[in-house]
Write a protein that binds this ligand. Structure first.
Ligand code: 3PG
Length: 400
């Protein structure tokens, strides 16, 4: 983008593909981190006199308008953060979008309605995506890719559109890629990775890669129970991905052979039912050893001994990458594990990277100072796929 800003952009229509996929409760944004992350790019373009057209997806609507997934709240928040009026088009490539973009003055910003209200955005059919990308291209003169959270998607606005316009990477993408490079090239050791989240299937590929790169991998969250089961423990009614047991068992074996420390919880906070995340009524959890989870109980957070263990494993790290909450942090009774890992990152002198929509949101929702971390990535799947060494369509499209 520096190259773009060095030339004349005043009066040019610049399409900024952002990731404004923020968590919402009704129409209230519960974490605006992704909107703040794109501000440097939007501000720089507006200040240079460009007519800025911001586009994003939000959630996973089914290729047709759905008010529950409107970007209107995100557009309003972007306006507040910019301290300027932001126009909002109630469609993406229709009449409203055309008129909104045509009325933009130099230095003004508009947000288009959710890209995924159009089936062409996510279509697997190349021609359908291309047709939608052609319509988007009609709204702009220049493309700036800055939706790091979506660069792993081969979608029309991420992959097909840049080929149709002069294209540049925005500030956020440049920062994110710079940081993730530090984890893949010449990482400072000990390199400790803490992985949580519900599903082990989302993390298999990254664990596979990290078994050859990290010195220690700490496992938490719902996915930990599939590991405990693979070790032969009874896990009660905890989350289990039975079809992943064989893969997980192979990782445990490989870790032992290669000397990578794959560390599992030694205890868990359990309860008889999944907690009520709305009313947040007390769930009365009990701490039990990881090999003694009662049949009628489910693990919902790492226990106090695991909190200490994981903090000690992080304490002497030189680099830490953390992705995924350690428990159901949205309920106060099961937030301690996630808090303990966040605190351990802050207490260590390591270069710390928090990756992932959920863990980034957890850090902010639990009240930590986000600036105290080395880097909080806006990408969940995107940062994991980067670490897996995959080619990310949204980066490849900007590189040529
Ligand atoms: C994310 O939240 O990881 C990105 O916004 C991508 O969203 P998606 O998984 O629905 O494509």
């Amino acid at each position: 983008i520096d190259e773009l800003l060095a030339g004349p952009v005043a009066g040019k229509r610049v399409f900024v593909r952002a990731d404004l996929n923020v968590p919402l409760s009704g129409t209230t944004i519960t974490d605006d981190g992704r909107i703040r992350a794109v501000l440097p790019t939007v501000k720089a373009l507006a200040e240079a006199g460009a007519r800025v057209v911001v586009a994003s997806h939000l959630g996973r609507p089914k290729g047709a308008p759905d008010p529950a997934f409107s970007l209107a709240p995100a557009a309003a928040r972007l306006g507040e953060l910019l301290g300027a009026d932001v126009a909002f088009a109630t469609d993406t490539v229709g009449e409203s979008a055309g008129a909104t973009v045509a009325q933009l003055a130099d230095g003004q910003v508009a947000v288009l309605e959710n890209l995924r209200f159009n089936a062409g955005e996510t279509s697997k059919d190349d021609a359908e995506r291309a047709a939608f990308a052609d319509l988007l291209a009609g709204l702009a003169d220049i493309y700036v890719g800055d939706g790091f959270g979506a660069v792993h998607r081969g979608h029309a606005s991420v992959f097909d559109l840049p080929a149709r316009l002069p294209h540049y990477a925005g500030h956020l993408i440049a920062t994110e890629v710079g940081v993730l490079k530090k984890l893949t090239e010449d990482v400072k050791r000990p390199y400790v990775v803490a992985l949580g989240g519900a599903k082990v299937s989302d993390k298999l590929a990254v664990i596979d890669q990290l078994l050859g790169k990290a010195d220690r991998i700490l496992i938490g969250g719902g996915m930990a129970y599939t590991f405990l089961k693979a070790k032969g423990y009874e896990i009660g009614s905890s989350l289990l991905q039975e079809d992943q047991l064989a893969a997980v068992a192979e990782y445990l074996e490989r870790a032992e052979k290669t000397g990578v420390e794959l560390v599992l919880p030694v205890d868990a906070l359990v309860s008889s039912a999944f907690p009520d995340l709305k009313a947040k009524a007390p769930a009365d959890p009990t701490a039990v050893a990881a090999d003694a989870i009662p049949a009628d109980q489910m693990g919902l957070d790492i226990g106090p001994e695991t909190r200490k263990l994981y903090a000690s494993k992080i304490a002497d790290a030189a680099t830490v990458f953390w992705n995924g909450p350690m428990g159901v942090f949205e309920h106060p009774d099961f937030a301690e594990g996630t808090k303990a890992v966040a605190q351990a990152l802050l207490d260590s002198e390591a270069f710390t990277v928090v990756g992932g929509g959920d863990s980034a949101a957890a850090v902010r929702i639990l009240g930590f100072d986000e600036n105290a971390f080395g880097h909080i990535s806006t990408g969940g799947g995107a940062s994991l796929e980067y670490l897996e060494g995959k080619t990310l369509p949204g980066l490849a499209a900007l590189e040529d």
